[in-house]
Design a protein around this ligand. Sequence first.
Ligand code: RP5
Length: 172
Amino acid sequence: MESEVEINKKNKPLVGIIMGSDSDLKVMNQASEFLDKNHVPYEMQIVSAHRTPELMFEYAKSTKKRGLRVIIAGAGGSAHLPGMIASLTTLPVIGVPIESHNLKGIDSLLSIVQMPTGIPVACVAINGSINAAILACQILALSSKNISTYVEEYRKNLHHSVIKKRERMNKK
Ligand code: RP5
C-alpha cells in the first residue's frame, strides 16, 4: 500500500463520488464540501446505471487502478447505481438514497439497502450524503494519520456543539 506521504504528494483522488443525474448534485455536493473541508482528495462525476450502463462498467473497472479507495454513489428512484458498482469492484461502496419526487426516496432507500448476500453496499439515510463522506473518511483514516486526525477533530467538535447547546438552554 502507498504511504500517506506518497498519496499526499500526488494528491490523487481517494474518493470517487458518483451520481445518476445532475438532479442529484444538490445532495451530493454536501459530501464533496465535507471532503473539501477536510482536505480529502476526491473526484466527482455523473454515471447512470440505466442510461449509461457501459460507462458505469468502465468506471467501476477503472476505480482501483486509478487509486480510488472508497466510492460514494448517490441515486434516486430505482437506484441501482451503488449496487451495480459494488458488483463490479471490491472497493467499499457507500450508497446515498436520493429523495425521489413520488415516493419521497423510499424507493431509492429500498433499492440500495436490500443487496443480496455477497455484494454489500453501506447505505446511509435518504439524502444522507454528509454521513457518506464521514464514513468514507473513517475508512480512509485506517491508513492515514491526517484523515484520522480530521475524523477525531470532527467528533470532538460535535461533542462541543452539544455542550454549548446545553449551556444556552440552561441559561434560558
Ligand atoms: C436516477 O434517476 C438519478 O439518480 C436521479 O435521482 C433520478 C432522476 O433523474 P433525472 O430524471 O432527474 O435525470 O437515475
